[in-house]
Ligand binder design. Sequence first.
Ligand SMILES: C[S@@+](CC[C@H](N)C(=O)[O-])C[C@H]1O[C@@H](n2cnc3c(N)ncnc32)[C@H](O)[C@@H]1O
Ligand SMILES: O=C(O)C(=O)C[C@]1(C(=O)O)C=C[C@@H](O)C=C1
Length: 251
Amino acid sequence: MTNFWDTELYLSSDKDQLFEQETWPKPFTFNEDVVRVFDDMVSRSVPLYKEVVACAVQWTKAYYQPGTKIIDVGCSTGTFLELLGRFLKTPATLVGIDNSEPMLAKAKEKLSGLEDTHHIELICESAGNSSFENSSIVVMNYTLQFLPVHQRQQVLNAVYEGLVPGGLLFLSEKLRSPYPQFQETMTRHYEAFKTRNGYATNEIERKKEALENVLIPLTQMQQVAMLHDSGFAAVDSLLKFHNFTSFIAIK
Ligand SMILES: C[S@@+](CC[C@H](N)C(=O)[O-])C[C@H]1O[C@@H](n2cnc3c(N)ncnc32)[C@H](O)[C@@H]1O
Ligand SMILES: O=C(O)C(=O)C[C@]1(C(=O)O)C=C[C@@H](O)C=C1
């Protein structure tokens, strides 16, 4: 077996050239066109994407309680569950939740090699309607940010309720700085990161417009307060690069 940190993620998609074309998804949505390029898009648009997915696997292995569920909310094409399934030797119930049918169709394909070891459930629903009962791990990477702000507390409350004692929430979000000057500089550096990853200025601008009022970032203080308000006493941050942060919270 390859050393964990040398392992590649299972990414399979066309190259993301969506925002170079004559029409592009505006407002941004996770439709068939986005799904077709999603693995390339997310790995070129989210700083430390591979490290975040790998850390989520390591924390899952550390906090998983046999007999409970591992739930990935906004699982997209199943990249996290696939890496986890390869490295988690104990057979487990791996649940992927997403409200985009085409995402789940890709996830089904990606996870098909793990069905001999793990029980896999893919559920098409909105996170606002999900149950997290009998879970010891809930992973929510870059998904809460797409829910209406007024729904987020209720989803985190349900996650807290559903987790067994000692259970872990691994949450990653795009955030914004409360200080306009920092926000401006952070955005500039984030956009330079995208440029280095091969996106042209007009692609970056078009996607930024398409994401307005669709991806609504909170500040770190607001996010941490929401986690505490839902009941989590132990909350910490694990990784941060530009305006993207991963948190861990234990019940
Ligand atoms: C940026 S992607 C998440 C990336 C993924 N977690 C990963 O690490 O590769 C956001 C995902 O959340 C899903 N999503 C958006 N709103 C949702 C909602 N209300 N309920 C469930 N899934 C949602 C989208 O379909 C999309 O697959
Ligand atoms: O491209 C951006 O500006 C992003 O914010 C990246 C981001 C995200 O954080 O969810 C936005 C949409 C895609 O789903 C993939 C990544």
